[in-house]
Design a binder for this molecule. Structure first.
Ligand SMILES: *Cc1c(COP(=O)(O)O)cnc(C)c1O
Length: 434
């Protein structure tokens, strides 16, 4: 029998997350306080995050226990399947073996609940009543809304205005989970009012929505905290459940990847898949090529500078050393496919600096072409974000066709595109350009 889907029993769900920080060859530069520019302390973050999350952001242990109530929720969709893309291999006529780890099976349709659930759980433990956050296309907002519903927390989402207007279904999903959704810029915060005063028709950006969500949490008198869906050390750590499962599943397949690919916005799903393989490599295992795929129109890793920058537009967050396009960056209006954040996770940035990972920038029409090809052979419509990884994985497989190399390629299919069909419709209508 040829196996296509490598399935683990629930009892094999990893019970710890992997913290890569102690294994980074040059360590991680500290985050800096936005006022003093001194390294931040856990106390500086207390108005923003629950205490256990702050402890995780500064953690120096390699293995961090996943709490039982979080595992109980993970069990609803984890372990997620690892699938051999046999029909795609035939379609590409490649000698490569292509595997994808499919995170679209979560209730919100992406990998983001892997961190939304523990962030909501630890906030509840601290007696927080409300979480504030930002969302662009709505994947993160819907994941956090779902997690808040599980733990009976209020969820207050600032949604980038252009998506608020163009993506009513993600907004509807958040409201179904009980969240309050506010278009950003809004008149609820100083950061939002300043932008609206200069331009009443401003369509917003992820960086500005972060400023609004941070300001709303800090002005809550302690009842609210802020949640972030990517970039932070703790988020990347929560996502390592993906790669740990994939290691076990490739054992079942009696295979090991030569290349690991992930789409990188803030870097969390890419790192979540890659870091457990990198750990194996640190421990003497095979060397893997890790490829982070990003949009040509938001090329933080391939073209950004490696510098201290704010996480948000208004400069309310700590400064992090990362690859960045500048905190006032806004992707060109033609860009449809998510992955719009100006910076990159400090961990991913640090790995890029020491050449442990590579990065590829891919234009959007090539990504949609790859997404459509994948859908027609594997039946799953990739989220536009995920299609960046599909593109790079297909390019690797096509290279194998030319060289005859029988490589194993593993990529992260971070989510499905069922809420993004307008972008596919626009692609078919020829409305998307590079
Ligand atoms: C948010 C998102 C991404 C990008 O975020 P990362 O933190 O880089 O993983 C990629 N794919 C999907 C489906 C997403 O929702």
């Amino acid at each position: 029998m040829t196996t296509t889907k490598f399935v683990l029993p629930e009892s094999d769900i990893p019970t710890t997350w992997y913290n890569v920080v102690p294994d980074l060859p040059k360590g991680l530069p500290p985050m800096l306080h936005p006022g003093t520019r001194e390294p931040i302390t856990p106390a500086d973050l207390a108005p923003l995050f629950a205490s256990e999350l702050i402890a995780q952001e500064f953690a120096t242990d390699r293995d961090v226990d996943i709490p039982g109530p979080v595992l109980d929720i993970y069990r609803q969709w984890r372990p997620s399947p690892l699938i051999r893309a046999r029909r795609l291999e035939r379609d590409l006529d490649t000698p490569a073996r292509i595997y994808f780890k499919y995170e679209g099976v979560s209730p919100a349709g992406s990998h983001k609940p892997n961190t939304a659930v523990p962030q909501a759980y630890y906030s509840k433990l601290d007696g927080v009543r409300r979480l504030t956050t930002e969302t662009g296309a709505g994947q993160w907002g819907s994941s956090l809304s779902m997690a808040c519903a599980y733990f009976d927390l209020e969820c207050d989402v600032f949604m980038v205005r252009v998506s608020y207007d163009q993506k009513p279904y993600r907004r509807g999903l958040m409201e179904t989970f009980g969240a309050t959704v506010t278009a950003s810029p809004s008149d609820r915060t100083e950061a939002g009012r300043a932008v609206l005063a200069a331009d009443p028709d401003a369509t917003g950006s992820l960086g500005l929505a972060i400023s609004e969500a941070v300001e709303a949490a800090m002005g809550s008198g302690g009842s609210a905290r802020y949640a972030l869906g990517s970039v932070l050390n703790l988020v990347l750590m929560h996502q390592t459940i993906i790669g740990q499962e994939a290691l076990l599943q490739l054992d079942l397949a009696d295979d090991y990847p030569d290349v690991v690919v992930g789409a990188a916005g803030g870097g969390s799903n890419f790192a979540g898949l890659a870091l457990p393989f990198l750990r194996r490599q640190f421990e003497g295992g095979r060397t893997v090529r890790f490829l982070a795929a990003e949009p040509s129109s938001c090329p933080s890793l391939t073209e950004g500078s490696y510098d201290y920058d704010f996480g948000d537009t208004a400069g309310l967050t700590p400064l992090a050393k990362m690859h960045t396009l500048g905190h006032d960056f806004r992707p060109p209006a033609i860009h449809a496919g998510g992955l719009r954040y100006h910076g990159m996770a400090p961990i991913v940035s640090a790995l890029r600096e020491v050449d442990l990972i590579e990065a590829r920038a891919v234009p959007q029409t090539a990504c949609f072409e790859a997404g459509v090809r994948f859908a027609r052979s594997e039946g799953i419509v990739p989220a536009p974000e995920s299609s960046h990884a599909v593109r790079v994985a297909i390019d690797e497989a096509l290279r194998c066709r030319e060289t005859g190399e029988e490589k194993a390629i593993l990529f992260s299919l971070s989510g499905h595109g069922h809420f993004d069909m307008q972008a596919y419709i626009d692609y078919f209508a020829g409305k998307l350009t590079d």
